[in-house]
Design a protein around this ligand. Structure first.
Ligand code: DQA
Length: 140
Protein backbone atom coordinates (compact mmCIF):
# COMPACT_ATOMS: atom_id res chain seq x y z
CA UNK A 1 0.00 0.00 0.00
CA UNK A 2 1.43 3.36 -1.08
CA UNK A 3 0.20 6.39 0.86
CA UNK A 4 1.25 9.97 0.22
CA UNK A 5 0.91 12.57 2.96
CA UNK A 6 0.55 16.12 1.65
CA UNK A 7 0.78 19.20 3.83
CA UNK A 8 -0.17 22.62 2.54
CA UNK A 9 0.78 26.17 3.51
CA UNK A 10 2.40 26.99 6.85
CA UNK A 11 2.46 23.35 7.93
CA UNK A 12 6.24 23.41 7.48
CA UNK A 13 6.16 25.50 10.67
CA UNK A 14 4.56 22.77 12.80
CA UNK A 15 6.19 22.76 16.22
CA UNK A 16 6.85 26.51 16.05
CA UNK A 17 3.57 27.81 14.71
CA UNK A 18 0.81 28.56 17.27
CA UNK A 19 1.76 25.59 19.49
CA UNK A 20 -1.38 26.11 21.60
CA UNK A 21 -3.42 25.08 18.53
CA UNK A 22 -1.10 22.83 16.52
CA UNK A 23 1.17 21.39 19.23
CA UNK A 24 4.89 21.60 19.90
CA UNK A 25 6.01 18.72 17.68
CA UNK A 26 7.56 19.12 14.25
CA UNK A 27 6.04 17.08 11.44
CA UNK A 28 9.24 15.26 10.43
CA UNK A 29 9.47 13.74 13.91
CA UNK A 30 5.86 12.57 13.79
CA UNK A 31 6.30 11.27 10.23
CA UNK A 32 9.27 9.10 11.27
CA UNK A 33 7.16 7.57 14.05
CA UNK A 34 4.34 6.89 11.60
CA UNK A 35 6.69 5.11 9.19
CA UNK A 36 7.98 2.90 12.03
CA UNK A 37 4.45 2.07 13.17
CA UNK A 38 3.33 0.94 9.71
CA UNK A 39 6.30 -0.87 8.15
CA UNK A 40 3.93 -2.51 5.65
CA UNK A 41 3.01 0.90 4.18
CA UNK A 42 5.18 2.71 1.66
CA UNK A 43 4.92 6.36 2.66
CA UNK A 44 6.00 9.52 0.96
CA UNK A 45 5.66 13.07 2.27
CA UNK A 46 5.29 16.34 0.43
CA UNK A 47 4.86 19.86 1.79
CA UNK A 48 4.44 23.07 -0.13
CA UNK A 49 3.25 26.59 0.57
CA UNK A 50 2.35 26.98 -3.10
CA UNK A 51 -1.12 25.98 -4.30
CA UNK A 52 0.01 24.95 -7.81
CA UNK A 53 2.74 22.70 -6.41
CA UNK A 54 0.17 20.85 -4.30
CA UNK A 55 -1.95 20.36 -7.43
CA UNK A 56 1.05 19.14 -9.45
CA UNK A 57 1.82 16.60 -6.73
CA UNK A 58 -1.76 15.29 -6.70
CA UNK A 59 -1.58 14.88 -10.50
CA UNK A 60 1.78 13.11 -10.23
CA UNK A 61 0.67 10.37 -7.82
CA UNK A 62 -3.09 10.41 -8.30
CA UNK A 63 -3.27 7.65 -10.90
CA UNK A 64 -0.96 5.12 -9.29
CA UNK A 65 -0.83 5.48 -5.49
CA UNK A 66 -3.39 3.87 -3.15
CA UNK A 67 -4.24 6.83 -0.93
CA UNK A 68 -3.51 10.48 -0.26
CA UNK A 69 -3.80 12.07 3.18
CA UNK A 70 -4.21 15.80 2.55
CA UNK A 71 -3.98 18.66 5.00
CA UNK A 72 -4.48 21.58 2.65
CA UNK A 73 -4.10 24.15 5.46
CA UNK A 74 -5.82 27.44 4.64
CA UNK A 75 -6.33 26.40 0.98
CA UNK A 76 -8.97 24.05 2.39
CA UNK A 77 -11.24 27.04 2.79
CA UNK A 78 -10.53 28.77 -0.51
CA UNK A 79 -9.33 26.49 -3.27
CA UNK A 80 -11.64 25.52 -6.11
CA UNK A 81 -8.50 24.43 -7.97
CA UNK A 82 -7.63 21.86 -5.29
CA UNK A 83 -11.21 20.55 -5.33
CA UNK A 84 -10.96 20.13 -9.10
CA UNK A 85 -7.57 18.40 -8.77
CA UNK A 86 -8.99 15.90 -6.24
CA UNK A 87 -11.98 15.26 -8.52
CA UNK A 88 -9.64 14.79 -11.46
CA UNK A 89 -7.52 11.97 -10.03
CA UNK A 90 -8.37 8.34 -9.24
CA UNK A 91 -6.54 7.94 -5.93
CA UNK A 92 -8.89 8.49 -2.96
CA UNK A 93 -8.06 11.50 -0.79
CA UNK A 94 -8.78 11.83 2.93
CA UNK A 95 -8.88 15.42 4.19
CA UNK A 96 -7.28 15.92 7.59
CA UNK A 97 -6.89 18.78 10.02
CA UNK A 98 -4.88 18.89 13.20
CA UNK A 99 -7.27 21.27 14.94
CA UNK A 100 -11.03 20.93 15.14
CA UNK A 101 -11.81 23.57 12.53
CA UNK A 102 -15.49 23.56 13.59
CA UNK A 103 -14.57 24.86 17.04
CA UNK A 104 -12.64 27.77 15.52
CA UNK A 105 -13.40 30.90 13.47
CA UNK A 106 -16.41 30.68 11.19
CA UNK A 107 -14.34 31.00 7.99
CA UNK A 108 -12.73 27.66 8.88
CA UNK A 109 -16.09 25.87 9.08
CA UNK A 110 -16.41 25.54 5.34
CA UNK A 111 -14.14 23.33 3.27
CA UNK A 112 -13.91 23.68 -0.51
CA UNK A 113 -12.40 20.21 -0.76
CA UNK A 114 -14.50 17.95 1.53
CA UNK A 115 -17.07 17.30 -1.21
CA UNK A 116 -14.33 15.81 -3.41
CA UNK A 117 -12.67 13.74 -0.66
CA UNK A 118 -13.52 10.27 0.55
CA UNK A 119 -13.81 11.50 4.13
CA UNK A 120 -12.65 14.07 6.66
CA UNK A 121 -10.78 13.64 9.95
CA UNK A 122 -10.17 16.68 12.14
CA UNK A 123 -9.44 17.67 15.68
CA UNK A 124 -7.18 14.84 16.89
CA UNK A 125 -3.89 16.72 16.73
CA UNK A 126 -1.20 14.99 14.68
CA UNK A 127 -3.00 11.72 15.34
CA UNK A 128 -5.49 12.85 12.65
CA UNK A 129 -2.93 11.67 10.04
CA UNK A 130 -2.64 8.19 11.62
CA UNK A 131 -6.41 7.86 11.75
CA UNK A 132 -6.51 8.58 8.01
CA UNK A 133 -3.87 5.89 7.41
CA UNK A 134 -5.99 3.47 9.46
CA UNK A 135 -8.99 4.32 7.31
CA UNK A 136 -7.04 3.42 4.15
CA UNK A 137 -5.74 0.18 5.70
CA UNK A 138 -9.25 -0.82 6.78
CA UNK A 139 -10.40 -0.64 3.16
CA UNK A 140 -7.63 -2.81 1.78
C1 DQA B 1 -5.49 23.30 9.56
C2 DQA B 1 -6.72 24.18 9.79
C3 DQA B 1 -6.78 25.31 8.79
O1 DQA B 1 -7.92 26.12 9.04
C4 DQA B 1 -5.53 26.17 8.91
O2 DQA B 1 -5.56 27.19 7.94
C5 DQA B 1 -4.27 25.40 8.87
C6 DQA B 1 -4.21 24.12 9.56
C7 DQA B 1 -5.35 22.20 10.64
O3 DQA B 1 -4.61 21.25 10.39
O4 DQA B 1 -5.92 22.30 11.72
O5 DQA B 1 -3.28 25.84 8.30
O6 DQA B 1 -5.64 22.64 8.31
Amino acid sequence: MKILIVNGPNLNLLGKREPGIYGARGFEDYYNELKKRYPEVEFDYFQSNVEGELINKLHEVGFSWDGIVLNAGAYTHTSVALQDAIRGINTPVIEVHISNVHKREEFRHHSMISCACQGVICGFGLDSYRLAVEAFLAQK
